[in-house]
Design a protein around this ligand. Structure first.
Ligand code: MG
Length: 379
């Protein structure tokens, strides 16, 4: 068993003494679950929080103005790792389910966060589902590890921070006037993600093209029903400067043949989003989609996401990393992986008005990683 000091001694890595962190929870902490009784053990606590969206967010299936999240902290010695579960309602998790799951966690058996593989196996086996809650713990542990060795995760993983992609900025479905306003707000971004699938797709694209000629990607959220009409629309979208299409048709099993036909005939890459959850879902998508959209809240965190990237690359598939609306905590965690991907959609923290962290920045449209250790955040 490793203590932090033994680890630092054996690797020669110095931990920054200024990265201790302080609890987000303050007076609320007494109401949170705590495990571990010795100062050298890990203590997990959590707090429900509601994100306020700057604009009502509308996709093909629903519309909303808030997103519930659960903020998680794991304290070890003088260090605090931060994590977050973002739980848009359509994914089936909530403050109640996350609190229930997190309350089951007992880290007493683990002497150090450096046992992260064993700990995350244990967390995964605690219950089925609960991927956002699992991701919160995964993110907090990764943040803790980075802080213990004084390095951001991208550096521990050997990734070049200059290889981060541009991030897209999402334009939700709305009236032409509001769409134009959103496009103007998206000024620093080099690629815009447009939500389609409500029957006025060409009107939306034409509206956007009246104010910008930036590259676009489109997310249909399963909104198209007929593969021939879908293919015709994709050809038109290509002429309009669209670079890829996300989840054009149903993820349903009985729609797989149509989906595979569309991908094989499409002049643009087709990326799966709703069609996959976690690492076990990637293999069957070969031939059905050209790429996958990985989200930490769907797959259970950074550990699962790294496995999915490796698997997709082994199958010559494209990789995109996305996010939910979330604070800079979950978004910065995902950004640590972004040098490995083709496309990033990491704007979730920019869509809210009550962030509690500072972290990954978008500079000239590009994901720009901070030098903060761990997941790269400060608060
Ligand atoms: Mg999507």
């Amino acid at each position: 068993m490793y203590s932090r000091r033994n680890f630092l001694k054996s690797t020669g890595i110095m931990a920054g003494s200024a990265v201790v962190g302080s609890s987000l929870f303050g007076a609320c902490e007494g109401a949170s679950k705590k495990t571990g009784i010795q100062s050298s053990k890990m203590q997990l606590s959590f707090k429900p929080y509601n994100l306020q969206l700057k604009h009502a967010f509308t996709i093909a299936s629903n519309s909303r103005t808030t997103t519930p999240v659960m903020l998680v902290e794991i304290k070890y010695e003088e260090f605090i790792g931060y994590g977050e579960a973002s739980m848009p309602p359509y994914l089936g998790e909530s403050h109640a389910t996350a609190a229930s799951f997190l309350s089951k966690i007992d880290l007493e058996a683990y002497s150090s966060p450096f046992l992260i593989e064993d700990i995350l196996e244990y967390i995964d086996a605690l219950d089925v589902g609960n991927y956002a809650a699992k991701a919160a713990v995964d993110i907090a542990l990764h943040d803790l590890l980075g802080k213990l060795v004084g390095q951001p995760l991208f550096r521990l993983w050997g990734l070049d921070p200059l290889k981060t992609p541009d991030t897209s900025f999402t334009i939700g479905i709305d009236t032409p006037e509001v769409v134009k306003k959103k496009v103007e707000e998206a000024n620093p971004y080099n690629i815009l993600k447009v939500k389609l699938g409500r029957g006025n797709d060409q009107e939306i694209i034409t509206t956007i093209r009246s104010v910008t000629d930036k590259p676009l990607c489109v997310d249909v959220n399963q909104g198209w029903k007929d593969k021939h009409q879908a293919l015709e629309l994709i050809h038109w979208l290509k002429e309009q400067g669209v670079v890829f299409v996300e989840q054009p048709m149903s993820k349903a099993i009985d729609a797989i043949e149509d989906m595979a036909w569309l991908t094989q005939n499409s002049p643009l890459p087709i990326v799966a989003d709703e069609a996959l959850q976690t690492v076990h879902d990637v293999l069957p998508l070969k031939g059905v989609y050209s790429g996958i959209n990985i989200k930490l809240m769907k797959c259970g965190g950074l550990r699962a996401a790294r496995k999915m990237i490796t698997l997709a690359r082994a199958m010559d598939m494209k990789v995109m990393i996305g996010c939910m609306t979330a604070t800079s905590c979950a978004v910065s965690a995902a950004a640590q992986l972004s040098p490995l991907v083709d496309w990033a959609d990491l704007d979730g923290n920019l869509l809210i008005s009550n962030d509690v962290f500072e972290g990954m920045k978008v500079i000239d449209g590009k994901v720009t990683l901070s030098e903060y250790p761990g997941i790269g955040i400060n608060k």
